[in-house]
Design a binder for this molecule. Structure first.
Ligand code: ZN
Ligand code: ZN
Length: 265
C-alpha cells in the first residue's frame, strides 16, 4: 500500500499547501481519503482524477471535503467526460463516477453547500454517494476501510486502512479528535499512525476537539504505533518544535507530514 500526502494543512492552507487529503494506492486501485480545500489540484499531480475509484471522508468539516466541489465540476464538465469527441478526447459513454463514502448526513450537508448557488445535486450526481455506517466495512478493490467514532465538534470517524495484498501493513488515520482512549484503542499496534497535531496548546475553553503535538505523541506511545506521523499542522507552528514535543512523549522518532511525502506499508 502506498500513501501519498496531498494535503496536511489544518483548516487554513500552508503557503502553497492544501488541507486534508491522502492518496492511497494498491495495484491499480486508488482511493482519496479526505478531500479538503486545495486537495484537487494536488491530486492532479499524482493521479488522473478519473482513475480514482473512491473518495472516503472522515467528517464533514470544510477542510476535509470542500474540494469535492471542483472535483464534481471536473467530473461533470471536463471535455473527456462528454459523450462526443472534444479536442483530443474521443468522447465516452461511460464517464468516470467514483464512489463517495461519506459520514451520515453528508447528502444534506452537500446539498446545503452547493445549493447556496442553486447546484443542489452537483456532488451526488458526480459521484456514487453512499453514507457509511461506522460499524460497517467499506471495501474498494483490495483496500478495506474500517471506522471508529472519535470525539470532535461534529460526528467524526478515525479510519483504518488495510489491504488484502501480501505483506501490506495497517494504516490508521486519526482524523480530527480530542484526546481519546477510543483513538488509542483503534490505533493499537498500527504500522503507521497518521495523527493530527493541530494545536500549539490545549483549547483554553469549551470542548476539546484537537490534539497538541505532545498529546499526539502520547497517543502514539499508548497505542504502541510502530511509526508516528503528525499531520493537520500549520507551517506557522514550527516543524522542529512540533517534532521535539511529540518525540518526548512518543519516546522515539516522529515524522511530520509534508505534501508529496510517500509512505509504503
Ligand atoms: Zn474537523
Ligand atoms: Zn480538520
Amino acid at each position: 500500500m502506498k500513501v501519498t500526502v496531498l494535503g496536511k494543512s489544518p483548516s487554513w492552507q500552508d503557503a502553497g499547501g492544501a488541507c486534508s487529503g491522502y492518496l492511497i494506492e494498491e495495484g491499480d486501485t486508488a482511493v482519496l481519503m479526505d478531500c479538503g480545500n486545495g486537495v484537487f489540484s494536488k491530486l492532479r499531480r499524482y493521479r488522473d482524477y478519473v482513475d480514482v475509484d473512491a473518495v472516503v471522508l472522515s467528517h464533514l468539516h470544510a477542510d476535509h471535503f470542500l474540494d469535492l466541489v471542483p472535483y464534481s465540476y471536473a467530473l461533470t464538465y471536463a471535455p473527456r467526460q462528454q459523450p462526443v469527441p472534444v479536442h483530443i478526447w474521443p468522447g465516452t459513454d461511460n464517464p468516470a463516477r467514483p464512489e463517495l463514502h461519506a459520514p451520515r448526513g453528508a447528502r444534506e450537508t452537500f446539498r446545503r453547500v452547493v445549493g447556496a448557488w442553486g447546484n443542489d445535486d452537483l456532488i451526488e450526481n458526480a459521484f456514487h454517494l453512499r453514507e457509511y455506517d461506522p460499524d460497517a466495512i467499506v471495501e474498494v478493490g483490495p483496500l478495506r476501510f474500517a471506522f471508529a467514532e472519535v470525539p470532535h465538534f461534529i460526528h467524526t470517524c478515525a479510519i483504518e486502512v488495510t489491504s488484502s495484498a501480501d505483506g501490506a501493513g495497517r494504516l490508521v488515520y486519526g482524523a480530527d479528535s480530542a484526546p481519546a482512549t477510543e483513538l488509542i484503542e483503534f490505533a493499537r499496534g498500527a504500522d503507521l499512525l497518521m495523527i493530527e497535531a493541530t494545536l500549539p496548546r490545549p483549547e483554553r475553553g469549551g470542548m476539546r476537539g484537537h490534539l497538541t503535538p505532545a498529546e499526539a505523541g502520547e497517543h502514539g506511545a499508548r497505542a504502541g504505533a510502530r511509526r508516528l506521523v503528525l499531520t493537520h499542522i500549520s507551517d506557522e507552528l514550527g516543524d522542529d518544535w512540533a517534532r521535539s514535543e511529540a518525540e518526548q512523549t512518543f519516546g522515539g522518532p516522529v515524522d511530520l507530514a509534508h505534501e508529496g511525502a510517500v509512505y509504503e506499508l
